[in-house]
Each structure stands twice: as C-alpha cells, then as structure tokens.
Design a protein around this ligand. Structure first.
Ligand code: AMP
Length: 288
C-alpha cells in the first residue's frame, strides 16, 4: 500500500475522478476529516479501504461548525503530513478544498437537524455546531457522491445527527460507524490533544478512567443513572486541571435522558483541559 494520494481542490475534478471509479464498477468510500490526521482518522480510512474500491478522504477545516470564539483559527493544519499518512493506509484521493469551494460567495443554504438529537449534550454548549456539521457533510456528500461515509463513534452525537440527516433527506449514502481509537493510556485520539501540555495530557486520561469505572459499575449491576453519572462527575472534578462541562447517560439511539440503565445507553462527557475542549463516551449494554 502507499504512494501519496492525489490532492484535489475542486469538486469538478473530484467528481470526474470518482465518476471514472464508479464507471469501472468500484464502490466509493468517503472519510470526511478536518485534517491533522491521527490514528482515529486512519482507522476510518482503513475501514473504508477494506470495504470500498475507491477511497476519498476530505481535509477541510469547516468554519461553520466552530462557534464564535472557538478554535477555528488555531486548529492544527498539516496537509502534506496528512497526504503522506493517508497514502500509507491506501487512500486514493484527498479532497482539500478552499473555503470558497465549499461555501461559494453568495451562498444562502444551511442544512439543520432539529429536535432532541441536537438539544442535548454538545448542542447547547456549541451553538450552531451541528448545523455547521450537517451543512458541510451534505455539501461534501453531494460533491463527492460516495456510497459509504465513515465517521467515528468518538463523536457519538454527530454520528446520530448525520444518520438522521441522511434519512430525512434521502441522501444515497450509508453512514458507517467506526469505534473510538485510543492512546495506550485510554485517552481518545483527537487533533485537539496537540493543545495539551505534558501535565494536561496526563490529567486528560481521567475522562476515560472515569468512563471505564462507570462501565465496570454497570457490569456489576448498577442501574441507577444518578449513581453512574455522579461517579463519573466526581472522578473528573477531582482532577484540578480538568473542568467538566457535562457527564450524561442517554439512550444510545434517541439520546433521551435515562433515569435507569435499562437499555443500550451512551455515557458521554465533555471537559476543558487547558485550552482543549475534549469529548469522550462509552456505549453500555445492560445485561441480565
Ligand atoms: P475531525 O477531523 O475531528 O472532524 O474527525 C473526523 C472524523 O474522525 C470524525 O468522523 C470523527 O468522529 C473521527 N474521529 C476523530 N477522532 C477519532 C478517534 N479517536 N477514533 C475514531 N474516530 C475518530
């Protein structure tokens, strides 16, 4: 495997190349990313490589999904490094458009999922974020025309919001979910981990430690949501360098709040560690 993939900046070029792949009978996989690629992104690309004849990755730091004052300007960017890493896992084409290609001057259209899926967890904390995500993904899906698009469970709420959008708009793409890839000490890989000092990096491991402790409690029979969530909150709040934003237990399909762990559920957290806002989650299946 390998070779640096072709990097294209316009939808017209991409469409032509993807059209050729399609004409020769290949299925097309799409991996949307904001770049600064790490092992999590590469797992999505490997999965796409295994399941599709032709693999396109997008590298686009999407301005509309950053709330005002967020880290759009300082978000890490490294297109050359990204192209090399993507090539190593067999990506065929990188689509790295300038902002004006995705948002042409004078454009007036957003795509927005409304209702419970966006009104909880990260939704209220990051106004406009999911609207930006659905808008850019709808545009990328139209530009590339993939059969499958690969997203990480690390961004669990995003995954559900995108599935809802695709269903509601009958977009002919299958959303494929890929499990969270972690560092050896459990920290979920994230482009934002590069913001962490050595001390903060160490402190950040509390997120997954807390989620894992709750998983163990659930496995040994704890069903009370308050008990599970307060265990997580207390552990995270006990770490001075970490500022918890939320810890919540919700239905894994609808994101309805749960009083008891009586169905498949997602336990999700968000926290600031220094300048980095990090999220993580585990999906828990109650047994017995
Ligand atoms: P981003 O570049 O952060 O927008 O992420 C692009 C895609 O990679 C999204 O589908 C994310 O959910 C996914 N992703 C990011 N981090 C991880 C991770 N640690 N494990 C699996 N997928 C991830």
């Amino acid at each position: 495997m390998g070779g640096t993939p072709q990097v294209m900046a316009t939808a017209a070029e991409v469409r032509k190349r993807v059209g050729r792949a399609r004409a020769s009978g290949e299925s097309v996989g799409l991996v949307p990313t904001m770049g600064a690629l790490h092992g999590g992104h590469l797992a999505l690309m490997e999965r796409a490589r295994a399941e599709c004849g032709y693999v396109v990755a997008t590298v686009f730091v999407n301005p509309t999904q950053f709330p005002p004052g967020d880290d759009f300007e300082r978000y890490p960017r490294d297109l050359d490094g990204d192209a090399r890493k993507a090539g190593e896992v067999g990506v065929d084409l990188i689509f790295a458009p300038p902002v004006g290609e995705v948002y042409p001057p004078g454009d007036c259209t957003f795509v927005e999922v409304t209702g419970p899926l966006v009104e909880c967890l990260c939704g209220p904390h990051r106004p406009g974020h999911f609207r930006g995500v659905t808008t850019v993904c709808a545009r990328l899906f139209n530009m590339v025309g993939a059969d499958r698009a690969y997203f990480g469970e690390k961004d669990y709420q995003q995954l559900l919001v995108l599935k809802q959008m695709v269903r509601d708009l009958s977009i002919p793409v299958e959303i494929v979910a890929v499990p969270t890839v972690r560092e050896r000490d459990g920290l979920a890989m994230s482009s934002r981990n590069s913001y962490l000092s050595a001390e903060e990096r160490e402190a950040a491991t509390v997120l997954y430690r807390a989620l894992s402790a709750a998983e163990r409690e659930a496995a040994s029979g704890e069903r009370d949501a308050v008990a599970l969530v307060s265990g997580v909150s207390e552990m995270i709040e006990g770490e001075p360098l970490v500022e918890l934003q939320y810890a919540e237990l919700r239905d894994a399909e609808t994101l309805d709040e749960l009083a008891r762990l009586d169905r498949r559920a997602v336990l999700a957290v968000a926290a600031f560690v220094g300048k980095a806002r990090l999220i993580d989650n585990v999906v828990i299946e109650p047994r017995g």
